[in-house]
Design a protein around this ligand. Structure first.
Ligand SMILES: Nc1ncnc2c1ncn2[C@@H]1O[C@H](COP(=O)(O)OP(=O)(O)O)[C@@H](O)[C@H]1O
Ligand SMILES: [Mg+2]
Length: 148
């Protein structure tokens, strides 16, 4: 990622705190893509986002439901995990376009495994990439914005 920042965290709580800070920039209509291997910490990052907007919802992985919506904070957070989505058609059948169109969005959309729905999501969006390191609990978190 060009023009981004990189922060290192050493446990899940630090990752949650980084996300809490980043939540401060998020506004209705924003999209944030979350990239990283299984177990990198994407879902924990979303815990921090929800906390950061003052939400009290329990954040769990939407692996099987694909979408969890958290409404108790100052902005609605739609949390997608596209991992189990079979194909783009399924995303369209489920009506996901409305969550990635500024004109119809009811809040912020955060997406784990966005590569599963390439073409559905267009810039501008924020991007977070979480990378595992040799150290079991250390993560490198890259944060930036893609404008086009
Ligand atoms: N620095 C860290 N940041 C986030 N999670 C970490 C960190 N170190 C260890 N972990 C662990 O890694 C796992 C991340 O899980 P999860 O957030 O569900 O990942 P993902 O959604 O990317 O698959 C958790 O078990 C968490 O405790
Ligand atoms: Mg996850």
């Amino acid at each position: 990622m060009k023009n981004g920042i990189c922060i290192e965290t050493h446990n899940e709580d630090e990752t949650i705190k980084v996300a809490q800070k980043i939540a401060g920039v998020l506004q209705k209509g924003d999209i944030l893509l979350l990239v990283g291997d299984l177990g990198a910490g994407k879902t924990h990052f979303v815990k921090g986002l929800v906390k950061g907007v003052g939400g009290k919802d329990l954040v769990t992985s939407p692996t099987f439901t694909i979408l969890n919506t958290y409404e108790s904070g100052s902005v609605i957070i739609n949390h997608f995990d596209m991992y189990r989505l079979s194909n783009m058609e399924e995303a369209l059948e489920l009506g996901f376009q409305e969550y990635f169109d500024k004109n119809t969005m009811n809040g912020v959309s955060v997406v784990e495994w966005p590569s599963q729905v390439e073409g559905l999501i267009n810039p501008p969006y924020y991007m977070v990439e979480i990378k595992k390191t040799e150290n079991q609990n250390t993560r490198k978190i890259y944060f930036g914005k893609v404008n086009k």
